[in-house]
Design a protein around this ligand. Sequence first.
Ligand SMILES: [Zn+2]
Length: 204
Amino acid sequence: MTQVNKERMLAEFKEIVALPCHSLQERPVFELLKGKLEALGFTVEEDDAGEKLGGNCGNLWAFLPASAGVEGAVRVLLSAHMDGVEPCGGTTVIQKDGVLYSDGTTILGGDDKSGVEGILEGIRLLLEEGAPHGDIQILFTVCEEGGVNGSRCLDRSKLRADVGYALDGEGAPGEIVVGAPGQKKYKIDIIGRTAHGGLEPEKG
Ligand SMILES: [Zn+2]
């Protein structure tokens, strides 16, 4: 059975989370991922979600045609998002007892760089194995945090897959979400001292 290359995944995950990934400022992550996908044989395009949202970067669309002989196979889309919640100015990863942490000054960035890395490693294994595959499309979105804005503004004319998987969710590995009721937004003014809920909630 094909096994993921753990060292390769770890090194690449660290490389990706080391970049700042603020919502609407995903350009550094976009350029890094574009280079990696082109090296794997994908054609990479960018849509105009950045212009629509006032950011410096659009959604990344990458396409790899089916291998010879299976052109009619199901076309699969794999998706993850490039931005992270604050503070996400670039992570120094600390590994302790087999678990990854940030150094405490930023988030780790597992949401959603673990999805990004899972897609990259999965594609590499597929290509290394030489397994036949249908058309593969990858969509790395911008500005997911705060309301899936990159997805909302994506250029649907670029969509050419039959099924899609978004690698971004809570729960144990293998858990699949097939539906959700939606999202409601409230604007609430709260008076008090600000503190980061994940890093220092006791100061708030
Ligand atoms: Zn996410």
